[in-house]
Design a protein. Structure first.
Length: 329
């Protein structure tokens, strides 16, 4: 993997303000989205409904969601030396995200994603670009990990960067293990909260073949396995079935979904993770933070593409009041 060249951005100054700080380290992409009635088969050409270009990348999506959750949010990322980088920064700033640590990599291109949405689902091809161009040593959080109440990471950047970010974190470290990948025990053990969907849960826990089977029951077994490897708390998002939350005491709670008409699932998991991180930083319990994350995810599936504008905290709280009670083990 090529190393990044000299940073064109200065080391970030300490962020000012009174609210807790969430630092999101991850990917920034520009998404090219096509909306169609169906997915083409290999070799087939179909007419689409519409196409648009928007901000994407799991890191950027989660940062935008965290900023909507009522806390200061900073993004740490790598972008290219191109106009797409300017577009990405501008959209993050518009969402309330500090971009002082979104660094330009000379000679690189900003990451892109090519998304087709149809029939309430999506296919995605990602070109990593600058997202995989990081220095080979040092603190990738550039000191922000020591300031943050929560550091949130995903797996669209190199695993070594995620591990070093975890080491630099002095607050809570949250990992959304997406895209799905096998993880070393030392990283799992560093997770204050490990966030997965059913597919990611199966891969990370080593229980391949269990995707979609028995929902919360299968998730409980996976949570036990992951906590045995050191994860303090585990959250599995279950789509229309809500989420299963296992806390640091080993208590599992099934949280119901917020009813929603699904248009596109792109960005729903990112909305959940970002809001969860924000509310944990603000002092909410894991269950309350997850409830608000579920509400954010329910709103996200009702729009095409990853949401560019997120509901405010009052709206999310109002949605949680419409759901049935949770079920504890």
């Amino acid at each position: 993997m090529p190393e990044a060249g000299p940073s064109s951005a200065p080391v970030p100054e300490p962020l000012t303000g009174t609210s807790p700080l969430v630092v999101v380290i991850g990917s920034v992409n520009i998404d090219h989205v096509v909306v169609a009635d169906a997915f083409p088969s290999p070799g087939e050409t179909l007419l689409g409904r519409t196409a648009y270009v928007t901000l994407g990348g799991k890191g950027a999506n989660q940062a935008a969601a965290a900023a909507s959750g009522g806390v200061r949010t900073a993004m740490i990322a790598r972008v290219g030396e191109d106009a797409e980088a300017d577009r990405a920064r501008a959209r993050l700033v518009a969402g309330g995200v500090d971009v002082g640590a979104v660094t330009t990599v000379p000679g690189a291109e900003t990451g892109t994603a090519w998304i087709t949405t149809a029939a309430g689902d999506n296919t995605i091809v990602v070109v990593a670009g600058a997202n995989h161009r990081w220095p080979s040593e040092g603190d990738p959080t550039e000191g922000l990990g020591a300031q943050a109440a929560v550091v949130l990471a995903q797996l669209e950047i190199p695993l070594d960067i995620v591990r070093r970010a975890a080491d630099a974190c002095r607050g809570r470290f949250l990992l959304n293990a997406a895209p799905a990948a096998e993880l070393p025990d030392d990283l799992i053990a560093r997770c204050d909260v490990l966030i997965v969907n059913e597919h990611e849960q199966a891969v990370v826990s080593g229980q391949l073949g269990t995707e979609g089977t028995a929902g919360a029951a299968t998730a409980r077994k996976a949570h036990d396995a992951l906590r045995a490897r050191g994860a303090k708390a585990v959250v599995t998002t279950l789509g229309e079935a809500g989420a299963l939350v296992t806390d640091a005491d080993g208590l599992s709670t099934a949280l119901p979904a917020v009813p929603a008409t699904v248009v596109d699932t792109t960005g729903a998991g990112d909305a959940f993770a970002g809001v969860l991180a924000a509310r944990l930083a603000a002092g909410d319990s894991l269950l309350d933070a997850a409830r608000l994350g579920i509400a954010a995810g329910a709103l996200a599936v009702q729009v095409s593409g990853a949401p560019q504008q997120h509901a405010d905290l009052a709206t999310l709280r109002a949605l949680t009041l419409t759901t049935p009670p949770a079920e504890e083990d």
